[in-house]
Design a binder for this molecule. Structure first.
Ligand SMILES: [Zn+2]
Ligand SMILES: [Zn+2]
Length: 356
């Protein structure tokens, strides 16, 4: 009887593993493990070929029931195990979901969630001025609270959140305004003239690099979606909330791992940061919706002026955003701005500048 091999894989975001059964007369060899690894092998001999065959059918069917599929060996490649997966298992109770904005450069639209462009102003309202110096405020960011990830719908209030700043007085003016009933949703694919398309291709990379908007609000960096990621608190907040202390090593892993750290590890060192670790570390200190705020030097809770409860992270204007492989659009170089909100009084916002 010829040797016959059945090769199965299960790869679904949680698992990335294979299961292989080979029958050779009365001998059944099972090999299993993570895709790309050699795995473990067990060999069992049966009284006769028929019994061996029946056993193989049973094994294969039970795996298929569990979601394994017949696959071609080598089609899927080995996936790195994130250091985060292993090291941070211990910090699981601290994990929150943060949401990274997904960006598209396009023509400005009034009710969009966006960076830059023009703020929507209710009829009759003029561009706001600073209560300190009277100068026109700088507009940076607007969030349509009807367009949040589903699990956050209704939790962060309603209407349009807008962020204005006076960089002379260093005052921030976060505010949620009601949307008019006639507010239209933003068209997913607006018509763009050849001239605008040409401008946009230059505008987007330059505005991300140096933040200067030479078209004065004609274009926006629209937030077209949100990508969830695992977020962890600043160590002092972890300690105060849950009594969990981070090691210096975990602190680095969570917030400060970058490509340069790879140099210090051999290729096969299990502690070598993986691309996933590096991406997650960036996400945590970059701009994000919800999750944990990066406090920088120390935790300084802001309290709601109505109920006196500590406010929660609403949005972090951090190290900027990612767009087509570039990162930038820092709100304020060397600082992160935490926009905090009262969980109960959703019109109450406060800002905290954390030095990086
Ligand atoms: Zn001012
Ligand atoms: Zn409150």
């Amino acid at each position: 009887m010829p040797t016959e091999t059945t090769y199965l894989e299960l790869s679904d975001g949680k698992s990335h593993k294979f299961y292989e059964v080979t029958i050779n007369d009365v001998e059944v060899t099972v090999r299993y493990g993570r895709i790309g690894d050699v795995g473990k092998t067990t060999v069992t001999s049966y009284d006769n070929a028929q019994k061996a065959h029946a056993e193989v059918t049973k094994l294969v069917n039970s795996k298929l029931k569990k979601g394994y599929e017949r696959a071609q060996k080598g089609d899927r490649t080995k996936q790195p195990i994130s250091r985060s997966d292993r090291r941070l298992a211990r910090l699981n109770h601290l994990r929150r979901t943060g949401w990274k904005p997904l960006i598209k450069a396009t023509l400005d639209a009034p009710f969009a969630s966006k960076y830059l462009g023009k703020p929507w102003l209710s009829p009759g309202k003029t561009h706001p001025h600073c209560s300190g110096c009277g100068g026109a405020l700088n507009f940076h960011f607007q969030l349509n609270l009807q367009e949040l990830p589903e699990s956050l719908q209704g939790k962060l209030g309603t209407g349009l959140f807008q962020m204005f700043t006076c960089f002379t007085c260093y005052l921030h003016f976060p505010e949620a305004v009601a949307l008019p009933e006639a507010a239209k949703s933003t068209p997913p694919e607006p018509e763009i003239s050849a001239e605008d398309a040409a401008n946009l291709s230059k505008w987007a990379p330059s505005v991300i690099r140096d933040g200067f908007d030479e078209f004065h609000g004609r274009y926006m960096l629209q937030i077209v979606g949100w990508q969830p990621f695992d977020d962890y608190p600043f160590f002092e907040e972890a300690q105060e909330t849950y009594g969990t202390e981070y090691s210096e090593y975990e602190e680095m892993l969570i917030f400060h791992v970058d490509e340069n750290d790879c140099e210090f590890y051999d290729e096969d060192d299990p502690d070598r940061p993986t691309p996933i670790d590096i991406q997650l570390a960036w996400n945590r200190t970059a701009d994000k919706l919800s999750g944990w705020g990066y406090w920088g030097q120390q935790v300084e809770h802001q309290y709601c002026r109505i109920c006196n409860q500590p406010m929660q992270l609403f949005y972090q204007l951090g190290h900027g955003i990612e767009y087509e492989g570039s990162t930038g659009l820092d709100y304020d170089v060397d600082n992160l701005l935490l926009i905090l909100q009262c969980a109960e009084h959703k019109d109450e916002f406060s800002c905290y500048d954390s030095a990086f």
